[in-house]
Design a protein around this ligand. Structure first.
Ligand code: PLP
Length: 370
């Protein structure tokens, strides 16, 4: 047997794969309520399905890089097709920017907590992740982020609204980061849930070091179909093309995305459905003493149970065992161990989840007394 370690990248042991164990469980047990990974509970529309079937008829042919689709996307932002890179979900964009900017020992600055894939892909390139804790009210700590910048900072991540904390970064704070002139990803994965909130894409006309990422996995509800896009200066998009894998977006996913873009009412319907669920979960859970749900602009709600004297993990384990509801627990933040996240499900699933959490606290009270 060869000693692979002699050949492997020296930082291989620092890389942890993105954890998909929950998905394995969820797919093997369809009765479970999948409220742990920020999916959309509503399936693709008939028109999207038809577009996929039509495209599949040409499935013997290699796809192009979607000039018509890129033009359609670009138009929404008053940009040109040369400013759009279409991708296999926005995870691919995250991967590409790491490969473009990060060499071993370079630093990637990001908020904590945030989407874990940024750190994982940075480490794959030998990068050093520099997480900066959000403030106690879960806002970007911009002074701390500015202090954390060093000559080795090659990339800054701004996720807005941030997953899992749910709030947008303010324009004033964002500009303090943008003005640094360091390559910055502005990840707008959840923006389509609040179309009244404007994209930061117009900044691309003035700043060539920004990348704005979008995905069809969230409000459009196409996580399994895999489609996303990056917006950037023409030169930036050309750099993307240098490192990309050809045919990264299938004919099927491009056709689905194009059909979905034409169905604006469907997107609004899905967003409204989600936002009603967010309001319901926040309202119901805030009735439980000591439980603090953070109002969210995404399809998830971050909740802090620390003041109720319990850990997020205890709640997540309870609702899974008693009611088959899958949630996500978080490691302690600023010394508080009560954080967990609810990804919105169908209205029925949201109700089951809320009742289950309420039962957890009733049992907990009983145990404390008894
Ligand atoms: C902030 C953020 N960006 C990007 C993604 C990746 O999504 P996808 O690769 O499905 O587009 C996610 C997924 O949860 C996310 O939360």
């Amino acid at each position: 047997m060869a000693d692979l370690k002699r050949f492997l990248i020296p930082w291989i042991d620092d890389i942890k794969p993105y954890d998909t164990d929950d998905l394995l469980i969820a797919w093997s047990r369809p009765e479970l309520k999948r409220m742990m990974i920020n999916e959309n509970p509503l399936p693709p529309s008939e028109k999207v399905l038809q577009a996929i079937v039509e495209a599949a008829k040409m499935g013997n042919r290699y796809p192009d890089n979607g000039p018509r689709l890129r033009a359609k996307i670009a138009k929404r932002y008053d940009l040109g097709p040369e400013n759009v890179y279409i991708s296999h979900g926005s995870s691919e964009i995250i991967d590409i920017i790491m490969r473009l900017f990060v060499t071993p020992g370079d630093e990637v600055l990001l908020p904590h907590p945030t989407f874990s894939l940024y750190g994982i892909r940075a480490k794959t390139c030998g990068g050093k992740v520099v997480p900066v804790d959000m403030t106690s009210d879960l806002q970007y700590d911009i002074p701390a982020m500015l202090r954390a910048v060093t000559p080795r900072t090659k990339l800054i991540i701004i996720c807005t609204p941030n997953n899992p904390t749910g709030d947008f970064i303010s324009d004033e704070d964002l500009m303090k980061i943008v003005e640094l002139g360091i390559p910055t990803l502005i990840d707008e994965a959840y923006l389509e849930y609040h179309l009244e909130h404007e994209s930061k894409a117009p900044l691309l006309r003035r700043y060539n070091h920004l990348i704005v990422a979008h995905t069809f996995s969230k409000a459009y509800g196409m996580a399994g179909i895999r489609f996303g896009y990056a917006l950037g200066d023409e030169k930036m998009i050309q750099y993307f093309r240098k490192v990309q894998i050809p045919w990264n977006t299938s004919l099927l996913s491009m056709a689905a995305a194009e059909a979905a873009l034409d169905e604006e009412d469907e997107l609004k319907r899905k967003a409204a459905y989600n936002n009603a669920g967010v309001d319901y979960v926040c309202k119901e859970l805030s009735k439980i003493p000591g439980l603090k749900p953070y109002s969210s602009n995404g399809n998830y709600v971050m909740i802090d149970a620390t003041d109720a004297g319990v850990t997020g993990r205890a709640i997540v384990d309870y609702v899974f065992e008693k009611d088959g509801v899958m949630l996500k627990a978080f490691t302690p933040l600023r010394g508080r161990g009560g954080f967990f996240r609810v990804s919105l499900g169908s209205h029925e699933e949201n109700s089951i989840c809320v009742q289950s959490i309420k039962r957890f606290f009733k049992d907990h009270e009983r145990e404390k007394k008894g």
